[in-house]
Write a protein that binds this ligand. Structure first.
Ligand SMILES: O=C(O)[C@H](O)COP(=O)(O)O
Ligand SMILES: [Mn+2]
Ligand SMILES: [Mn+2]
Length: 557
């Protein structure tokens, strides 16, 4: 492999040494202004005023589908692929696509990961743990179906699924249909003599899928149900479990309590025991890495595991390349190297990155190509503001926006950094709750945070680039093809908790921006990957030749 030349050429016109603030508004797309567009409904004077710069200083870019390495343009964007593209400046085939390809070619069955777990098929049970939906953000139902089928054809005689219900990347209530679909497959397998069942479950936000170590009790609840076979609710089958638990007041798919499926004698049908194989079938890392640690680390002190079964464990992908976690996996993750963060740091750009816990890894780990830690400790500082835990964010829609903004303002004014890079989570995290009123409050809070950052940029004569990773808060209702809100059986609108397919804004400005800089009009459908070269230019550098092209040009003024 050729060694990397890390030296970036100077930009022909743009100077070095300006402080550049890169602000990512999480879940902040552009959509028509109506009552379900929370960004429109909210008072957002600062981000609104950025639009006045269009078309030279404000524009839209694609943040979904093939523009961010997803299988098709029907796939909404998400944080992982969005921040990967923003940071890497190139489009990499992402987890969903890589798993599709490995399944289509059959390579998944040949590779080391599958052959490793297969060793347990003779005597042990194959457990599959993950998010059961067709959201395509963390996992996909059709992939799970193919894994179950493929494993049974290759010798798995006893299969247990540990499902996590979604309602966040898909409509709330859709869990019932997904359980029905997979139950049909499992029933067919049973007819063929394979002992295949769902063994446990729970809502993704309450069971297993925490991220960035915000709340280990979430992972523990899953461990108790999946590994120990213990949960507060016991049912004879998963369909009854999901239907019954959803009938509770205020229940929703995201937060269903943990349950186990029991036999006639009340015994759990599928605890994980010595000699079993386990696959976590999410391809996306952030919400699986904590469980992967619990399953794989011999020394683990985040909660009492009570019993640590000797298993053969593989992830759908490797979730953390630095930690090599898990050590076995079915499909190799995208190899994202030479990210803009690494280039800039190696070219002397002193970098500050900040968000609150729930999005901290987005502007560090995802931004840096799924790599944890610093490139150069002497030039970087990453600050994590602790998020609230144990609440749904519609209860505190302002989240830590103010604290993030204050830390960022201080970092800008300190003069110690050339780049400050932040993520403001409000539009996304509150948008996912489906609470429209709270999401409006959230958008206002994010806008106020942007103001504080832009004011600081103003003070130091710096430059800002404000963008987003994908849509969410700008559309909170499911729509038909004509764009009209859809109603459910009871006549209420169908709330959209998920991300959207909408484009996102990119705005540039600030007193340090060279007066001749403007957005080019010759790039037809730019996407998030075009932002990295743009940011490099704003720091006075040209981007590497294989990066997606910059969004800006400099004209005589
Ligand atoms: O993990 C989540 O919260 C959602 O599935 C996707 O949201 P994100 O991509 O914005 O993190
Ligand atoms: Mn996001
Ligand atoms: Mn989101």
């Amino acid at each position: 492999m050729a060694t990397t030349n890390w030296t970036l050429p100077d930009h022909p016109t743009l100077p070095k040494g300006k402080t550049v603030a890169v602000v990512v508004l999480d879940g902040w797309g552009e959509a028509s202004p109506d009552q379900y567009n929370c960004i429109h409904v909210a008072q957002t004077p600062v981000t609104d005023s950025l639009k006045n710069g269009a078309p030279e200083k404000w524009r839209l870019v694609k943040a979904h589908g093939t523009a961010v390495g997803l299988p098709s343009d029907d796939d909404m964007g998400n944080s992982e692929v969005g921040h990967n593209a923003l940071g890497a400046g190139r489009i990499f085939a992402q987890g969903a696509k890589l798993v599709d390809a490995a399944l289509a070619s059959g390579k998944i069955w040949e590779d080391e990961g599958f052959n490793y777990i297969k060793e347990s098929f003779d005597k042990g049970t194959l457990h599959l743990i993950g998010l059961l939906s067709d959201g395509g953000v963390h996992s996909r139902l059709d992939q799970v179906q193919l894994i179950v089928k493929g494993a049974s054809e290759r010798g798995a005689k006893r299969i247990r699924l540990h499902i996590l219900t979604d309602g966040r990347d898909v409509l709330d209530g859709s869990s019932v249909g997904f359980v029905e679909t997979i139950e049909k497959d499992l029933a067919q397998l049973r007819e063929q003599g394979v002992d295949a069942r769902i063994a446990s479950g729970g809502g993704r936000m309450y069971v297993t899928m925490d991220r960035y170590e915000n709340d280990w009790s979430v992972v523990k609840r899953g461990w108790d149900a999946q590994v120990l076979g213990e949960a507060p609710y016991k049912f004879p089958n998963a369909l009854e479990a999901v239907k019954t638990l959803r009938a509770e007041p205020k229940a929703n798919d995201q937060y269903l309590p943990p349950f186990v499926i029991v036999d006639e004698s009340g015994k759990s049908v599928g605890p994980i025991v010595d000699g079993d194989a386990v696959v976590t079938f999410n391809f996306r890392a952030d919400r699986m890495v904590m469980l992967a640690k619990a399953l794989e680390f011999p020394d683990f002190d985040k909660f009492d595991r009570v019993r640590v079964p000797k298993i053969k464990y593989a992830g759908m992908l490797q979730y953390d390349g630095e930690l090599k976690l898990p050590s076995k996996y079915l499909v190799s993750p995208p190899l994202i190297e030479r990210t803009s963060g690494e280039y800039l740091v190696k070219n002397g750009v002193r970098t500050f990155a900040c968000s609150e816990t729930v999005k901290f890894g987005h502007v560090t780990f995802f931004w840096n190509g799924n790599r944890s830690g610093y490139f150069d400790e002497t030039r970087e500082e990453y600050v994590e503001i602790p998020s609230d835990s144990g609440i749904t964010f519609n209860e505190q829609p302002k989240m830590k926006a103010l604290e993030i903004a204050e830390k960022t303002r201080d970092a800008i004014l300190s003069g110690k950094f050339d780049q400050v890079r932040i993520n403001l989570p409000n539009g996304d995290m509150v948008g996912h709750t489906g609470d429209i009123e709270a999401t409006v409050v959230a958008c206002k809070a994010a806008d106020e945070a942007v103001k504080m950052v832009l004011d600081a940029v103003e003070q130091v004569g710096g430059i800002y680039l404000v963008t987003a990773d994908h849509g969410n808060a700008e559309d909170m209702v499911k729509r038909n093809k004509a764009g009209e809100p859809m109603l459910d059986k009871s006549g209420s609108i169908q709330i959209l908790t998920s991300h959207t397919l909408q484009p996102v804004p990119v705005a540039i400005g600030g007193p340090g921006l060279h007066p001749g800089v403007r957005f080019r009009s010759d790039i037809q459908t730019p996407g998030l990957a075009n932002v990295a070269a743009t940011v490099m230019n704003l720091h006075g550098f040209q981007a590497p030749a294989d990066y997606e092209t910059t969004l800006i040009e400099v004209v005589d003024k």
